[in-house]
Design a protein around this ligand. Structure first.
Ligand code: ZN
Length: 374
């Protein structure tokens, strides 16, 4: 029996790995940080053998309520990630499985590797609608990729979208696949009409180092990128620094920051209600976008979400608040679940890559409905 995590986005520490009926594991902390919750590893050599796996340090992780009603993701082929019933006793997370094949992968959510990211960039580069560029490099020396879509008349709206500031929130890059696919479909009339009015600046992965290292929340230096927007430096958070520079160069009329939420089993949007310079127009656009998205996708809702900030109390180190305050635009944080959408549950797969892609398409559709209002 072997347990390994020495691969892209791997994360696990083996405490006891000699008895399939009592496998004990810990999740490794993020680089230079105390956060941890993301895991991804391979179990091999135990086909047709009853196994019990326990993550012993789950109770000390970043979002403990995230383990309640959570089901672990598993895959034989690394494409299809099904769910396995999982129990949490307040400290330990455990599940039983009898692998049908020699090798079985487990992860917190369907992983999105840097290899797949490179494939995505290469694939979209082939579209005549796309220009790709590298904004600079991360602390580990990886590329910060920017995808621009749409080259038409002057004066089009500047639409920014970014995913995976928190690298363990892989659903955000699955969402990007759906959004890009929808935008680049030359037979899609919604996309064609939208691209006459909008120029897209898309960062499919804001945190390549955290992604490859198997972190939940931080980059290589231990920085939580969504607390760096008013203080980014090339030494600590070059990812934010480089993107922010480009945003100031282009201007921003709309920004969508795509995330995953560990605790809540719903899709929802967080806004910028607490920024000092909040305008009536911004509030109206925020409500309009959410109302429209509710109509377009039954996977979206407005009942469950975060509490809104009191006026003037917004944390401007967070991307959405920083963007709304700095550019006076509509800026939003989209949160998707690690668990499932409890309004429309899928017992076999939970919230899944394919459902992320669908929501990505719906979000572009929603933007198209209100592009003239921005
Ligand atoms: Zn996040």
């Amino acid at each position: 029996m072997l347990i390994t995590s020495q691969f892209d986005s791997g994360n696990i520490e083996v405490i006891k790995g000699d008895d399939p009926s009592d496998i004990r594991l810990n999740i490794r902390k993020d680089s230079n940080s105390d956060f941890y919750q993301w895991f991804h590893f391979r179990l091999s050599g135990v086909a047709d053998t009853p196994c019990k796996l326990t993550i012993e340090n789950a109770g000390g992780s970043a979002y403990v309520p995230g383990w309640e009603n959570y089901k672990v993701c598993a895959s034989y082929d690394r494409e299809s990630w099904f769910r396995i019933d999982t129990s949490f006793d307040g400290q330990k997370l455990s599940w039983n499985v009898e692998p049908e094949q020699d090798s079985l992968y487990f992860a917190y959510f369907a992983p999105y590797s840097m290899d797949r990211h490179a494939d995505l960039i290469a694939e979209v580069s082939g579209s005549p609608l796309v220009r790709t560029s590298v904004l600079g490099h991360t602390l580990d020396g990886q590329d910060m990729d920017l995808v621009e879509v749409g080259f038409g008349p002057e004066g089009r709206k500047k639409i920014w979208m970014a995913a995976r500031q928190h690298p363990g929130e892989t659903m955000a890059e699955w969402w990007m696949e759906g959004a890009l696919d929808y935008l680049l479909d030359e037979d899609n009339p919604v996309a064609r009409a939208l691209l006459d009015k909008a120029h897209f600046y898309i960062v499919p992965n804001m945190n390549p180092d955290g992604s490859r290292r198997g972190n939940l929340r931080t980059n290589a230096a231990g920085a939580n990128l969504n607390r760096e927007w008013n203080c980014a430096t090339m030494e600590r958070s070059p990812e934010v620094y480089l993107v922010r520079e480009k945003m100031h160069e282009t201007g921003v009329d709309f920004h969508l920051d795509v995330h995953g939420d560990e605790n809540l089993p719903y899709n929802f949007i967080a806004g910028f209600e607490g920024i000092p310079s909040l305008t009536e127009k911004q509030s109206k656009l925020l409500a309009m976008y959410q109302d429209l998205l509710c109509v377009i996708s039954p996977d979206f809702q407005q009942e469950h979400g975060y509490d809104t900030d009191e006026p003037g109390t917004a944390n401007l180190s967070m991307c959405t608040n920083y963007m709304a305050e700095t550019f006076g635009c509509l800026a939003m944080t989209l949160e998707m679940p690690f668990k499932d959408n409890d309004d429309l549950p899928d017992l076999e797969y939970g919230w899944s890559p394919e459902r992320c892609r669908h929501l990505g398409r719906a979000c572009i559709d929603t933007l198209a409905q209100m592009i003239d209002e921005l």
